[in-house]
Design a protein around this ligand. Sequence first.
Ligand code: COA
Length: 163
Amino acid sequence: MKKAVYAGTFDPITMGHLDVIERVARIFDFLYIGIAAEVKKQVLFSAEERYELVKETTKHLKNVEAHLFSGLLVEFVKSMEAKIIIRGLRALSDFEYEFEIASANKNLYPEVDTLFLLTSLEYSFLSSSLVKEVAMLGGSVEKWVPPVVDKKLRDKYKSISHE
Ligand code: COA
């Protein structure tokens, strides 16, 4: 059985991530989505909220399973008995960072390989930060995120503005 792991922060999941997930799910027998619980960057959604949104928006994909993970990505990959890490590449500017983490992961766990998928052109500009900024300023992000994420963003910014 060919298994792969697609990991990230998913704060929140966007159509760009879903595009990668749906395409990978057609290539591999099984895809585990690893949602990093603790990350260096400041997050808007809690680990539990990020996990729930990934779970909800991928429930139509029968060979995809979302998991929260803590600690090293390679340890999560090992625990899922997988050897492939999937990353999406949006632009040339992603390459340097991706090269660094793919090399570090290979060094930490030599059996692992990272496969890169080009993000579809229509989402190549997208990032979770961009979605959050536009939503925070009251702009529409409905083309960039699934409806459940759109609603969650609105609720979140409403509750923050009432604090
Ligand atoms: N569509 C839209 N956005 C995309 C995208 C796509 N196809 N691909 C990446 N992005 C965006 C993300 O939304 C994110 O945007 P943001 O910075 O505005 O939040 C950015 O690109 C990169 O984020 P992501 O893909 O989630 O990766 P990350 O850098 O946040 O997280 C981990 C990477 C979690 C996999 C990495 O930090 C990790 O492995 N952590 C575990 C600890 C560990 O093992 N560390 C050692 C690694 S060497």
